[in-house]
Each structure stands twice: as C-alpha cells, then as structure tokens.
Write a new protein. Structure first.
Length: 504
C-alpha cells in the first residue's frame, strides 16, 4: 500500500489523512471531467485506502441506471484490472459504491430523489456531503438553488460542502453576483473554488522551496532578481471545446486563475503559519499590489493573438477559426502575453512576464526566476551568464538552477552548468494527480489549496480593464502560425527592455 506523501500545508503528520463517512454527489457526471479526472482520482484514493465508508452519486440528464453508470466508470479507468486479484477486488469494491440519478438540473423531482439518497446515507453514518459541480457555469445557480430547497430537510448533524469548477464568473461583476448567490446557501468556509494547478506537487513545492530553505529567501526580492517569467504552453488546440473557448478565451481561461495563482505563490510574503486563512491572505495581498492596467499601458504591456493553420510535430493542423464550434470571424484570443508589475516593497521594479498559448511548439508549464548579473564582469569572453532558477510544473516535474563555472584548462572563461532535480527520480513515489489531492482535501474540510472569494475578486479587478479594452479592439488581435513560438508582438514585449523569453 502506498505511503501518504508529506503535506507542505500541514503539520507534517502523514498517518491521519483519510476521509471517512461521506457522500460525494457529482453533478454533470457524464462529462469529460468525470471521465478523465474525477473517477480515476476517486478510484486511486479508494484503492490506496484514503477513503472509507462512502458512496458516490452521479447526477445528470442521461438515462443511465446504477449498473450502466458502474459500467461506464469501469471504462473510465485506463487499466482497471491487470489480473491481480487484489486490484480486481479494489475495483469491484469501488464500483459497488457508485449510484446514479437521472434528472435535468432544474427538475425538483430529481432533487427529491437525491434527498432520499442523502438522508439514507446520513442515517448510515455518512454525515459529510460534498456537492461537486462538474457542469457548465450557466448551470451553477440552478443547481445551487435546487440544493438549497432540500437542505432544510436533511437529517441533523450533516456537514455540507460544495466544489465549484472554474471559471468563476466571466468578469468581476458576474463573479461577485455568483458569490452573493452562493452565500445565500453556503458559508464561505463551505465553498471550495477549485483550481487544479494548486493541487500539483510542483506548485505546492514553490512555498516549500522558498520558505523551507534559508538559502534563497534573503535574496528573493527585486534587489537580487531581475525578472520572473511564467509560461504555460500547449501543443493542443481547442479540440472539442471550441464552444466553451469562444465564450472564455485564454485570458479568462488561464491567466485570471492558473497563472495568477502561480504569480502569487512566487511573489507572496511568508505567511504566519500554514493555515488556509494565512496563505490566502498573503496571496490576496499580491493581487491587490498588481499595478492596474490602464489604456496607456495596454498596447505596450499586453499581447493577444490567435493561432492560424500550421504544423505541429510534422502534422498539419487547422487554425482556430476552422475548429468545430468556432465562429468564422472569431476575435477570441488563444495566446496572451502580459507584463505585470507588483507594487510591493519586495517586488517594486521587477517585472513578471506571463504568457500562455495553444498550438505552441511544445507542452510546458514553468516559472523561471532570473537573478541579476554580478555588478562587474571580470572574466574573459561573454562573462557570467544569468543565474536562472526554473520550477518545472509539467512535464518532467522538478526544478533546476543554472550557475557559472570555470571551463577546464588554462582559460578563465565561464560556462553555465545545470544543477537539476526531478520528482520522477528523486522520490520513490511519483507525484499524485492534482485532483486526488484536491478532492481529498475538500472531503477533509481543508481549503488551503482552494481559492477564496477575496482572491477571485482581486484577480478580476486586474483583468476587467484588459477585457474591456480588448473587446473595444485595443490592442489589435495578432495572429501566429500553429507550431510557432507565438506572435512577434510577444517577443517585442520583452525585447524592448533588452530581454528575451526562454525558448519554447
């Protein structure tokens, strides 16, 4: 049986992390998220004894029976059986805990049936109820309102929580409206706004690296760091998500949540402790310290672009406007580059360059910290290169540090050398899937890796002026061929200050 990995946001104990006595209700259980992430994560948690005395209820429109849902769940697991009797027993035990309710999201009868299931579970000792909204955002309010209508008739002593997938609103106004609506039914400590990036071990390692080592924290500021670059690159296009992407775009889909969370973990002050409130408070301070984008900065400090037809790994791929569900004249961006300034005592003067895009040359998520060069060059040749600390979030999870070293021989010239750590070879246990960690934390009532209401609002306050200007046509939408490193305007964004992006 696998050993539980140490939790960087806990007190270090590894023997008490088990969720017991709960019912998990997945709304929209027939969707891709359940197939690709939720069911595999839940089965892994169950098979490794992190879950006990539980049931999982799928809730969706499709006319499945319990047995059909279990059959579908079996197919969602890539290799559920290998001939090992123990694994076969674990799978059968997991599937037996699955049930299904066929209903539209607005039909009160479906929620009456759900009430009966939850009440029976509570009577059997399953006192924790976790509602997971794996649905399009337009269904959130309907589902929450219907849940609210049955909550008063649940047995006493039930502890209810709700997990909400991104995007949380389409802008600040809609996010605040959604927040006010949810708070009519759930208190803030029962609301779990999920950002799956926060569940990645390599993302959690940013805080462990910064605050668990005395070596780097004294120089983690603008006096020693020239710039920080955050990149999330994908080779994939929008695929079957064209309809969703048309209403979101890269700025809403990635910058407002994933990349801003990476920025906050990199830039935040040390929290007083590792409690959820302490960590969230420091992240929110970072968002509030971001210099607002006004119209005078938007053309120079933001880039938006859309991929056109090109080649990925030698295969011709269509442009965004040729993808299924995308309008022929769509103005939706698939690439964003931003220069962000954090006006805090620690970071004044140090730019954060953010970029995200689809149909780029390779898949890569990383944070690169560039340290300032020595004040005087005394070595022959090009001299000392920049020292760069890179947190690799995916793939090849780990980090590296480039340092300058003397070339062997009679010369005093320097050459960069790489000090590298990989999670794949550094530990016996591979990192767990982000959804495993996040689901387990929600079941245990630990919101450390979930975003707070204040964080969401602060992020939208930064993004809203950019959205408004882009929708008015400023700056113009650029184009870049699929398979390229992005638009020329993104290179200009950093080149005008004598810098360049890390190679994709």
């Amino acid at each position: 049986m696998a050993t539980v990995a140490a939790n960087p946001f806990s007190d270090g104990r590894t023997d008490e992390k088990r969720a017991t006595g709960f019912t998990l209700v997945i709304f929209g259980v027939t969707g891709d998220l359940t197939r690709k992430k939720l069911v595999p994560a839940l089965f892994s948690l169950c098979a490794h004894s992190f879950l006990d005395r539980f049931s999982i209820v799928g809730f969706a429109r499709r006319a499945w029976t319990d047995d059909e849902f279990r059959s579908e769940a079996r197919s969602m697991l890539s290799s559920p059986e290998t001939g090992n009797p123990a694994e076969a027993e674990a799978l059968n035990s997991f599937l037996a805990r699955l049930g299904y309710l066929s209903s539209s999201f607005d039909d009160p009868k479906g929620y009456e049936n759900l009430l009966a299931v939850l009440s029976a579970g509570a009577a059997s000792g399953r006192k924790t109820i976790l509602y997971y909204l794996s649905t399009p955002p337009e269904s959130y309010q309907t589902i929450i309102e219907r849940i609210g209508a049955i909550r008063g008739r649940l047995p006493p002593g039930v502890d209810e929580r709700i997990v909400i997938e991104k995007p949380f609103g389409r802008g600040g106004e809609s996010a605040r409206a959604l927040d006010l609506f949810i708070h009519r039914f759930f208190t803030e400590d029962r609301i779990y706004r999920i950002d799956h990036y926060l569940g990645k071990d390599t993302v959690q390692n940013i805080l462990a690296f910064r605050f668990g080592n005395g070596l780097f924290e004294p120089i983690w500021n603008s006096r020693f760091i020239d710039r920080i670059e955050i990149t999330v690159a994908e080779t994939a296009g929008v695929g079957t998500r064209g309809g969703y992407y048309e209403s979101a775009g890269a700025l809403r889909d990635m910058i407002q949540n994933h990349l801003f969370q990476l920025l906050a973990l990199t830039a935040m002050e040390p929290p007083n402790d590792l409690a959820a409130e302490s960590i969230r408070a420091e992240k929110q301070k970072v968002f509030r310290a971001i210099q607002p984008f006004d119209r005078n900065r938007l053309s120079s400090d933001t880039v938006r672009a859309q991929y056109s037809a090109g080649t990925i790994d030698g295969v011709a791929v269509p442009g965004y406007r040729e993808e299924k569900g995308v309008a022929p004249e769509s103005p939706t961006e698939t690439y964003v580059a931003l220069k962000v300034m954090v006006n805090s005592w620690r970071w004044a003067g140090t730019p954060f360059y953010l970029r995200v895009g689809k149909r780029l040359p390779r898949r890569m998520s990383e944070i690169a910290v560039y340290f300032r060069k020595p004040p005087l060059g005394i070595f022959p040749g090009p001299g000392a290169a920049e020292n760069v600390l890179v947190f690799r979030i995916q793939p090849d999870d780990g980090f590296s540090l480039s340092v300058n070293t003397k070339i062997p021989g009679f010369s005093a010239a320097l050459r960069p050398a790489l000090m590298d750590f990989s999670y794949g070879s550094g530990f016996a246990d591979a990192p767990r899937d982000a959804y495993e960690r996040l689901i387990l934390d929600a079941l245990l009532g630990d919101p450390s890796l979930y975003t707070s209401s204040g964080e969401v609002e602060a992020c939208w306050d930064v993004i809203d002026p950019i959205l408004a200007s882009w929708e008015a046509g400023t700056p113009a939408l650029r184009s870049y061929p699929a398979g390229s490193a992005g638009p020329e305007a993104a290179r200009d964004l950093v080149a005008r200050e004598g810098r360049r992006w890390r190679k994709l």
